[in-house]
Design a protein around this ligand. Structure first.
Ligand SMILES: [Zn+2]
Length: 136
């Protein structure tokens, strides 16, 4: 986590998240790659217009128009804002998956899978706790 432009200590991130009123799980999700339980996140069934940003640093990650109902219990998108997300090979839990982190601050966001809808065929499976929705 050393190559990202925005660097803070754990204590500083906890203060940022508390000030933003982030979900209680946000620190564990974004800084320690935890996964929230499916169908528990606040954005799983939100379909409002606007954009989705990194809860830690505000980096614009997704537009609401690319959100779709994947039925998996986590907010899912078929396209990320170009350059907003960095992909990392994740070999934890006996699987090979592609982890997605914020390119600005290294926050863990979720994973990306190649079983999404057209036109990209991608499914960015995100933790609600890592996101902040802003209306247009
Ligand atoms: Zn970020």
């Amino acid at each position: 986590m050393s190559d990202y432009p925005i660097q803070k200590t754990d204590a500083e991130w906890q203060a940022v998240l508390a000030e933003k009123g982030a979900e209680p799980s946000a620190f564990a999700v974004t800084r320690h790659a935890h996964t929230e339980r499916p169908f528990t996140g606040k954005y799983e069934a939100v379909w409002a217009d606007g954009s989705y940003h990194c809860i830690c640093c505000g980096n614009h990650l997704f537009d609401a128009g690319t959100k779709f109902d994947a039925g998996c219990g986590w907010p899912s998108f078929w396209k990320a804002v170009p350059g907003a997300i960095t992909e990392i090979v994740d070999r934890s839990h006996g699987m090979v998956r592609t982890e997605t982190v914020c390119s600005q601050c290294g926050a863990h966001l979720g994973h990306v899978f190649e079983d999404g809808p057209t036109p990209t065929g991608l499914r960015y499976c995100m933790n609600s706790a890592a996101l902040e929705h802003l209306p247009e």
